[in-house]
Ligand binder design. Structure first.
Ligand SMILES: [Zn+2]
Ligand SMILES: [Zn+2]
Ligand SMILES: [Zn+2]
Length: 139
């Protein structure tokens, strides 16, 4: 695990500080599940909030994590695929958000959006969040 973490940080041009290692470890352990600031704070031992915020920002900038959902002032991030790098994200996938437990996961498969914005409107990114109930909550 330690080796994998150091490898990933290095591949994305990030120095390995202990908070970066801890945060990345949590993302790797959560396997495709998105984590909010609060989720991370709970799992890390009383981290400095500003450092945590900067860590997430740096990870997003360098292509390690991507924004999965952003609602009600809560941003949740998920681990990127290996294709993402410092210059560009390639996370053109949808996310599933469970309305019962709040779990968010990355979905496989391409998003095909047929909606057409009016002439002159510029689309920066396509985001799709499917909402419903996860298997655990539906059971
Ligand atoms: Zn990405
Ligand atoms: Zn659920
Ligand atoms: Zn995702």
């Amino acid at each position: 695990m330690e080796e994998e973490i150091v490898r990933r940080l290095k591949a994305h041009n990030l120095r390995n500080t202990s908070i970066r290692k801890n945060v990345l470890e949590l993302f790797i352990q959560s396997e495709g599940r998105a984590l909010s600031n609060q989720d991370l704070e709970e799992q890390l031992d009383n981290p400095d909030r500003i450092t945590l915020y900067r860590t997430l920002k740096a990870f997003e900038d360098k292509g390690l994590i991507h924004l999965a959902v952003d609602r009600g002032g809560i941003s949740k991030y998920a681990l990127c695929s290996d294709d993402c790098d410092t210059h560009a994200h390639h996370d053109g996938h949808a996310h599933f958000h469970c309305q019962a437990c709040g779990k968010t996961i990355c979905l496989e498969g391409e998003i095909i959006i047929k909606a057409k914005p009016p002439t002159g409107y510029v689309v920066d990114q396509e985001k799709l969040v499917l909402e419903g109930t996860c298997a655990d909550c539906a059971a």
